[in-house]
Design a protein around this ligand. Structure first.
Ligand code: GN1
Ligand code: MG
Length: 366
């Protein structure tokens, strides 16, 4: 029962009112998330409680300090623009001892937020909401433009360093911990064929062609809350991987996830393609918000982000499959392999549509 998993944690946070119910939310692949409902003298209070995955995040306190700094900055920036930050910026609930995170006796780290009510996070998103998602991530970037990047702790080193991730795959093949390497020769071959392409953003950053900015680094459509009433993007969530990075990854990851015709772990790869209407809708929203400050070098290369990030994720899933599923949560022994194959199928379609994607971007940036 869910209550038993969390009952000793609940009193550690300053939740208002009396506990009523909890359900687990299953959309994340890394952390474990619960939606809590409290009753505060007849007023309903909703909260999010999360157990941070410490295999992925080695320093949860550093992660939480980043989130506190970033949300403070967003709040101040919104107030300065005359906007109301309530429901628009993640609101951390402190622990009873005033900390950002609670460490339990089993070395688990927990954190809590005010749950954003009357809003929805889409796992599959239609074109008009995806336009909003584009605006949301674009404006997030805009609000953080003057955030001092050197104050950010690097929550996962080399997170989008696809060049290094390739060598992690090599290591996993070599170690073959789960005895699965012989079953995935085709997928390994695919990664070798894409080796140069996948390192191209890292190289452009190294050469100074692309700048580092404060980026979100996990721009799935379900990390943007859309207001149920207005249909507008209101709040960017999941700030765990806010770090210095390239905007190409944020753009690319959003398209990879939101413009696919199938879910990220679709077993039937014949159903997987890139939906160009959705890609166009997101790109329009994103460019509307960012056209004033992204460089020409960044804007024109946005489509490269889709290829690189799709390949990177295929490789991360494959690496985890070879390691015996240590990183991503799985719901079947083949889950990481299914995810790998789905990403490869998507990348093949992105490659087919590359020129059209470039046209969309070129038209919108004018
Ligand atoms: C993980 O758990 P979630 O959904 O926030 C992962 C992302 C992947 C994503 C794929 C910290 O995100 O990098 O793109 O799964 N997060 C981390 O669904 O590794
Ligand atoms: Mg995430």
């Amino acid at each position: 029962m869910i209550y038993n998993e969390i009952k000793s944690i609940l009193p550690q946070f300053i939740f208002k009112g009396v506990y009523r119910s909890a359900e687990e939310l299953h959309s994340g692949n890394v952390n474990t998330t619960y939606h809590l409902v409290y009753d505060d003298h007849g007023v309903r209070r909703d909260y999010t409680l999360q157990r941070i995955n410490t295999y992925a995040f080695k320093d949860p306190i550093g992660v939480m300090q980043n989130i506190a700094r970033v949300t403070d900055h967003l709040r101040t920036a919104m107030i300065a623009r005359g906007e109301d930050p309530e429901r628009h910026v993640l609101d951390l609930v402190p622990t009873s001892s005033g900390q950002l995170v609670y460490q339990d006796g089993d070395n688990n780290y927990w954190r809590a937020y005010v749950f954003i009510t009357d809003a929805i996070a889409y796992d599959t998103v239609d074109a008009s909401s995806f336009y909003e998602v584009g605006r949301g991530f674009g404006s997030f970037q805009k609000l953080l433009i003057d955030f001092p990047a050197d104050q950010l702790f690097v929550s996962i080193p080399n997170f989008h360093n696809t060049y290094k991730r390739f060598f992690q795959l090599m290591r996993a093949i070599d170690e073959n911990r789960a005895g699965r390497a012989a079953d995935v020769e085709e997928e390994i071959e695919f990664m070798f064929e894409h080796r140069r392409m996948m390192s191209s953003i890292v190289q452009l950053i190294d050469r100074g062609v692309l700048p580092l900015r404060v980026t979100h680094n996990d721009t799935k459509s379900n990390n943007v809350m859309i207001d149920r009433q207005s249909g507008r993007a209101i709040c960017i969530i999941d700030l765990d991987t806010v770090m210095p990075g390239s905007v190409l990854y944020d753009y690319g990851d959003a398209i990879r996830f939101g413009a696919s015709t199938a879910v990220e772990d679709e077993p039937d790869t014949s159903k997987i393609a890139l939906d160009m209407d959705k890609a166009r809708a997101f790109t329009r929203g994103f460019i509307e918000e960012t056209n004033g400050f992204l460089t020409r070098e960044e804007l024109t290369r946005l489509p490269l982000g889709i290829k690189v990030i799709t390949c990177e994720l295929a490789m991360r899933f494959l690496t985890d499959y070879l390691d015996g599923d240590l990183y991503f949560k799985i719901n079947s022994p083949q889950h990481n392999l299914i995810r790998t194959r789905a990403q490869i199928a998507l990348l093949r379609d992105v490659e087919r549509k590359e020129e059209d994607l470039q046209k969309i971007v070129d038209q919108l940036i004018g």
